[in-house]
Design a binder for this molecule. Structure first.
Ligand SMILES: Cc1cc2nc3c(=O)[nH]c(=O)nc-3n(C[C@H](O)[C@H](O)[C@H](O)COP(=O)(O)OP(=O)(O)OC[C@H]3O[C@@H](n4cnc5c(N)ncnc54)[C@H](O)[C@@H]3O)c2cc1C
Length: 403
């Protein structure tokens, strides 16, 4: 006998979604998070439409602004308007978004324990046991590692030994408070006075980008790049930020200034092992091209809950493998293509400039860039169409990308 069917470690989007869906399937679920919610999480807070659609409840109460696509800036400063007059998701403050998801897990029947850090994980033939900072011990038939990039579940149970070098990215995230009118002046769109575009700046940092994501009266700004390429990232970001403040004539109040790491390469080679599985960042589910992770965190939670139900009902842990099969068929393509885009785009400042210029000049390329960033439709097909279009219509520029 175990205390629960499932223990979920981590109450971010992947853990809360797993806990909610598994509870809805009738399983007894304990979710443990080391933090007390609402808690701060370094994040730009962009929720794409597919991420929103993967949830079974409305996000209206946490959306700060509706999103109408990206405005890109080349290293030369060239502005590439990839916005569209249709809504493509929204902007959230992560403390509100994550708190809502956690409360939705609780509402579905999951038992939530906040402020309890998991310090030990052991698997035996018929169960898993976790130890926590509160001096408690719990057992379950199955364990879910939803505990982010530094997952104790993944490390202790031998899924992998960490994300480093070219398999990780480092990021700075600053929440800068201005006022609603200023956010609209900088990021507003002509289609909706409540909506906005998110800005992406190529050039200020190598192998990555700087962003400015608009909330109601706050600009979330930051820089992210591959960890092994990160040189002077703080100085580069500060220099860009000073220019930005001068250009837009703003003196924001800094609400937070944090840094974080995220997986940046491809999924973990193993996502199921014995009686455990990993979801979200703990499984490496972040798009290496743009850093989008919330969509796959939520989707992996939905898929994991289904496999957990199958394993509990059949009393057969081998059914957890259904999770690995299903996430691969649903979004492994996105991760693989995202990696190919990242290696081409971030290869040099010249490549970033060329791709932005083509996006400004060629409507078909502009549309494909929009679809890739907004995560709309088939990722692999859009990328193939993009490369075909560049090589056929702009062969000289196209070949230069590969030289
Ligand atoms: C700077 C930055 C900007 C980003 N911007 C975006 C964006 O705009 N859009 C987007 O889609 N993605 C973005 N991402 C990626 C996104 O934040 C992640 O992919 C997403 O949060 C993954 O969700 P998760 O639930 O797997 O992990 P997390 O959100 O990291 O949650 C993990 C949880 O586990 C808990 N935990 C960890 N260890 C333990 C332990 N030992 N015991 C108990 N609890 C534990 C933590 O407290 C935390 O609550 C960004 C990432 C960064 C770093």
């Amino acid at each position: 006998m175990t205390d629960y069917d499932v223990i979920v470690v981590g109450g971010g989007p992947s853990g809360s979604t797993t806990a909610r869906r598994a509870s809805q399937h009738g399983l007894s679920v304990l979710l443990l998070d080391k933090a007390e919610f609402p808690r701060l999480k370094p994040c730009a807070g962009g929720i794409t439409e597919p991420a929103e659609q993967a949830l079974d409840f409305s996000l209206e109460e946490v959306f700060q602004r509706r999103m109408y696509g990206p405005m890109l800036f080349a290293p030369s400063g060239l502005r590439v308007d990839c916005t569209r007059p249709k809504r493509t998701g929204g902007m959230v403050m992560r403390e509100d978004f994550d708190n809502l998801l956690l409360r939705k897990a609780e509402e579905a029947g999951a038992e939530i324990r906040e402020g309890e850090k998991v310090t030990g994980v052991v698997e035996s033939t018929n169960s898993v046991q976790v130890k926590t900072s509160a001096g408690k011990q719990y057992s379950a038939a199955y364990l879910v590692g939803a505990d982010g990039i530094n997952s104790i579940v993944a490390k202790r149970l031998g899924f992998y030994d960490g994300w480093r070098g070219e398999t990780a990215a480092v990021a700075i995230e600053v929440e800068a408070e201005v006022d609603e009118e200023t956010v609209t002046r900088i990021c507003g769109v002509p289609y909706d006075e409540e909506g906005a575009a998110f800005h992406i700046y190529f050039g200020p940092v190598p192998y990555g980008y700087v962003w400015c994501f608009p909330k109601r009266s706050v600009l979330s700004m930051g820089a992210g790049c591959r960890q092994d390429k990160a040189q002077n990232m703080r100085a580069n970001f500060n220099a860009w930020f000073e220019e930005f403040k001068k250009k837009h004539n703003i003196q924001p109040k800094i609400l937070s200034d944090t840094s974080a790491r995220l997986p940046f390469y491809e999924a973990a080679k193993t996502t199921v092992k014995g009686r455990a599985l990993v979801v979200g960042d703990a499984a490496g589910f972040v798009n290496p091209f743009d850093g989008e992770g919330i969509q796959m965190a939520v989707k992996s939670g939905v898929i994991a809950a289904q496999a957990l139900q199958e394993a509990v009902e059949s009393n057969d842990p081998s059914n957890l493998m259904n999770y690995e099969k299903r996430w691969k068929s649903q979004f492994n393509d996105t991760l693989k293509v995202g990696k190919r885009i990242a290696s081409l785009l971030f290869k040099s400042e010249k490549n970033m400039e060329t791709i932005c210029r083509l996006g400004a000049e060629d409507e078909v390329i502009n549309e494909l860039m929009y679809k890739l960033i907004a995560s709309e439709g088939s990722y692999g097909k859009h990328f193939r169409d993009l490369i075909k279009r560049i090589l056929l219509k702009h062969p000289r520029a196209g070949l230069s990308l590969y030289l």
